[in-house]
Design a protein around this ligand. Structure first.
Ligand code: 6GU
Length: 243
């Protein structure tokens, strides 16, 4: 069976969104992966179909009810027993390329998107959900984060990237040890509005081109991402990952 992303959300209408376009979308059309989206509200039980309630202890906002989220998760797990279940939350493990590579190795993902203040903690405990964040800023809900996670994973599936060489060369791919930002790119014309393409790229010597690209990637990384540079240059031996 193809790698499957099963999204649980209160806003099913936002999917597939960008996952339906470009490389991810073409992979979806070719059946290289599948997307299934479930409206959490389908599991509401009362007359008002309510999915949330006020928080114990007071304070603002609403909390997703454990019974409703549990029913959604149980149904998703029955459909996909081998999938890894993930809760999208800013308190989760920060997404990085290594995590994307680990997630593509699973048979698929169940992605729980929170909204409002969050989800009742007990249902997260019961299902031992892995928690993933897409960065240190706050989004209005987990849907955009789920799209980011799924996009970063499905592009690693065999056949999704048109040009098999490209994932290795780009930032955080395995090229240059996987730790350098990408070098600049150019296409024709050779001179555009008075700006010339670097001569090193025009004379066709592969070794020289590679060396130029590496120098550019190194300079870019040193200037913009001193944290990555310390790891690449060997000053920091943690591999750039949190310990
Ligand atoms: Cl996974 N969810 C929300 N709501 N905000 C985020 C996030 C996730 N990751 C970073 N910010």
């Amino acid at each position: 069976m193809a790698w499957t992303a099963h999204v649980l959300t209160l806003f099913p209408e936002v999917f597939p969104g960008p996952l339906g376009a470009s490389l991810a979308g073409a992979g979806l059309d070719k059946g290289l992966w599948t997307l299934s989206v479930t409206d959490i509200r389908n599991f509401a039980t009362n007359r008002h179909r309510s999915v949330d309630d006020t928080p114990y202890g007071g304070g603002g906002g609403m909390v997703l009810r454990p019974d409703v989220v549990d029913a959604a998760l149980e149904t998703a797990k029955r459909a996909q027993p081998a999938a890894k279940a993930v809760y999208l939350t800013p308190r989760g493990r920060p997404l990085c390329q290594d995590l994307a590579r680990a997630l593509v190795a699973a048979e698929g993902l169940i992605l729980l998107c929170g909204r409002y203040e969050g989800v009742d903690e007990r249902v997260l405990e019961k299902h031992a959900l892995s928690e993933v964040s897409v960065g240190d800023y706050v989004l209005s809900g987990g849907e955009l984060a789920a799209m980011v996670v799924v996009d970063s994973v499905v592009r690693l599936l065999p056949g999704v990237m048109g040009n098999a060489a490209s994932p290795k060369e780009e930032s955080f791919g395995s090229g240059f040890g996987g730790l350098l930002l990408e070098h600049p790119h150019y296409t024709r014309p050779a001179v555009w509005q008075g700006r010339a393409v670097p001569a090193e790229l025009q004379n066709g010597h592969h070794a020289e081109i590679r060396a130029w690209r590496r120098r550019q990637a190194e300079a870019m990384t040193q200037a913009r991402r001193p944290d990555l540079w310390r790891v690449y240059s060997g000053e920091d031996d943690t591999g750039g990952r949190e310990t």
